[in-house]
Design a protein around this ligand. Structure first.
Ligand code: NZQ
Ligand code: ZN
Length: 384
């Protein structure tokens, strides 16, 4: 196992009715900004619950944070915060709202152009405190330090990470997810699944606990995910998928092991350039990353085939083929299409993405630092 430091201070309030408890988590003298997305919280009862919980508290609202949040919109919130003397933020929504809130929190006291936090990876030195009420299980943003923001003007989607943007607390009430459009339920399953895969499917470092935890999350998503689609009011299935998504990317399964975020890096470009949903990009790319990297990932692919899919018959090559096919079939079965052509995108996107990777210095991705823009092009060619 590799050396690691692990720190995660996020308090999780999990279960029915937990929104009612947020006031005790926010300092009584706080001037709060409630940040939300395109309006789903106003029609599914979440806003009403938040408002009731904040009765008697000093709060303003900022709505309109887009899916794949735009820098341009988030900077408007920064201006409002400065003008109004806001000192606590509350994100209410999916990963985009939580990510957007993290950026806003970091940008308020940032000296210089806040886009540098992402474009130049300029370290963040402080951030406003914030909490989250999560309404879409997928990203793990509710319990991690990452944030992904899109600069609309240039169609660039970049990430940053800072320990200053851990949420103080996150509410996970599975009932808030009942109103999700099925496309987002499907997306959430695929995103969480891929987060596990990018921390698991590398090479063995004798970290059996991390492996077993990763495999448990994958198997739980395979078992519980379809139940959330078959019956939208299956509380237990919603709860299980929600907790899977949080644990998939709260840092725990990724400690002490190599990671490979190639699929996410390619996926972010597809979203930035073509507006394909984040999880849809992962469903397109992951099976092909597995195929192109099968030799570099051989041992873990065989372990995945056996422990997650129970594939023990046939040659090694056959088991690997089947494991990749099972992965793709699972994504399709939960409702996420896995080909670029399913989204009307052609292979002319390849040189553009390879070029962007070169310019950004993304020339040595993967657990062996040998995923070059040329390898990225190979992966994308199979995505047709
Ligand atoms: O904007 P509203 O009206 O709220 O509607 C949203 C949005 O249209 C809707 N929605 C959310 N909760 C709902 C709901 N509709 C009905 N009922 C509810 N309960 O769902 C749509 C999608 O929401 P969004 O927040 O964009 O989805 P998601 O949670 O999948 O977040 C995606 C973003 O997270 C980033 C992605 O790149 C993308 O920008 N990621 C963040 C990560 C992180 N911070 O660690 C890691 C991930 O890999 C990912 O990159
Ligand atoms: Zn993701």
């Amino acid at each position: 196992m590799q050396n690691f430091a692990f720190y995660n201070p996020v308090k999780i309030l999990f279960g029915k009715g937990q929104i009612a408890n947020i006031a005790t988590e926010i300092p009584t003298d706080a001037k709060i900004l409630v940040i939300y997305g395109g309006g789903s919280i106003k029609t599914n009862g979440v806003y009403e619950q938040v408002k009731a919980a904040l009765t008697g508290r000093d709060f303003l609202e900022f709505g309109g944070v887009e899916a794949n949040p735009h820098l341009e919109t988030l900077l408007k919130a920064v201006e409002l915060i400065r003008a109004e003397g806001i000192n606590f933020l509350l994100a209410v929504g999916g990963g985009s709202v939580v990510d957007g809130t993290k950026f806003i929190a970091a940008a308020v006291n940032f000296e210089g152009d806040p886009w540098d936090i992402l474009a130049k990876q300029t370290p963040v030195k402080s951030a406003l405190p914030f909490g989250a009420v999560l309404t879409l299980p997928a990203t793990g943003s509710e319990m991690n330090t990452a944030s992904v923001v899109t600069k609309w003007e240039t169609k660039e989607k970049l990430f940053f990470s800072s320990p200053f943007v851990f949420p103080k607390f996150s509410v996970l009430d599975p009932e808030t997810t009942y109103s999700l459009p099925m496309r987002q339920v499907s997306n959430g399953i695929v995103d969480a699944y891929t987060h596990v895969m990018e921390q698991y499917l590398t090479y063995p470092v004798n970290a059996p606990l991390q492996d077993r935890m990763a495999e448990s999350i994958l198997k739980t998503l395979i078992e519980e995910g379809p139940k959330t689609i078959a019956d939208i009011h299956d509380y237990d299935a919603r709860a299980n998928v929600m907790w899977c998504a949080t644990l998939a990317l709260n840092g725990l399964i990724g400690v002490g092991v190599p990671q490979d975020w190639t699929t996410h890096m390619i996926g972010h470009e597809l979203t930035a350039l073509h507006g394909i949903d984040h999880a849809q990009t992962l469903a397109i790319v992951l099976p092909n990353t597995m195929t192109v990297r099968r030799d570099r990932k051989r041992e873990k692919l065989l372990q995945y085939a056996d422990r997650v899919w129970g594939l023990v018959d046939g040659t090694e090559e056959q088991r690997i083929d089947q494991a990749i096919a099972k992965t793709r079939d699972f994504f399709e079965a939960v409702g996420v299409r896995t080909k670029l052509s399913d989204y009307g995108v052609g292979l002319d996107v390849i040189p553009l993405i390879s070029d962007r990777f070169e310019k950004r210095g993304f020339v040595a991705l993967g657990e062996h630092q040998d995923v070059t823009p040329k390898v990225v092009a190979q992966i994308l060619t199979l995505c047709a």
